[in-house]
Write a protein that binds this ligand. Structure first.
Ligand code: PRP
Length: 174
């Protein structure tokens, strides 16, 4: 771990507060209905674990394995499904959970992939949003933090599969 290349952007306390507030906001929007939370792997695993505890009520958890960066620091736009959902989502209120929406290409692809499966509703929650990098307009209903165009790691986000275990989000300077 190259600690000297990391600068904390969002510390543990700020993350915990914001994720808790997002959970309450999400439950309020959905009301008292079961929600199928679809975590987009791998980056969202930590956010998802904290978020579902903050949402409360009836929640189902599903995982969708997706890869779009292929190890570098730039998005290529090519999306690969590495693990599909275990169960149908037809007729269910679905919430797709992402760690970051950057160009928007991954989320655009996922929204179209999931819509055709007939969910009753489909919304997106992302912890981080980089609106400045958007290459395609895509609906994102719940955003934790809008961040500048910096390469960030931690709290699920990686660089070459490392740094996902940091409890905070940091800017990585090469
Ligand atoms: C990241 C992130 C999103 C996507 C966002 O995934 O988790 O899925 O990139 O980028 P975009 O808006 O430019 O499409 P990544 O491919 O790094 O996989 P990972 O979640 O397994 O780390």
């Amino acid at each position: 771990m190259q600690q000297e290349r990391l600068k904390v952007l969002l510390d543990e306390e700020i993350l915990a507060q914001r994720v808790k507030a997002m959970g309450l906001e999400i439950r309020e929007v959905y009301g008292d209905v079961p929600i199928t939370v679809i975590a987009v792997l791998k980056g969202s695993f930590m956010f998802m674990a904290d978020l579902v505890r903050a949402i409360g009520g009836d929640v189902k958890v599903e995982f969708l394995g997706v890869s779009s960066y292929h190890g570098g620091t730039r998005s290529t736009g090519a999306v690969k499904i590495t693990q599909d959902l275990r169960h149908p989502i037809e007729g269910q209120h679905c919430l797709v959970v992402e760690d970051i929406v950057d160009t928007g290409l991954t989320m655009d692809y996922l929204r179209r992939l999931l819509e055709v499966r007939g969910p009753k509703s489909l919304r997106v929650a992302t912890l981080l949003d980089k609106p400045i990098n958007r290459e395609i307009e895509v609906a994102v209903e719940f955003v934790g933090f809008s961040i500048p165009d910096e390469f960030v790691v931690g709290y699920g986000l990686d660089l070459g599969e490392l740094y996902r275990n940091l409890p905070y989000i940091a800017v990585y300077t090469p």
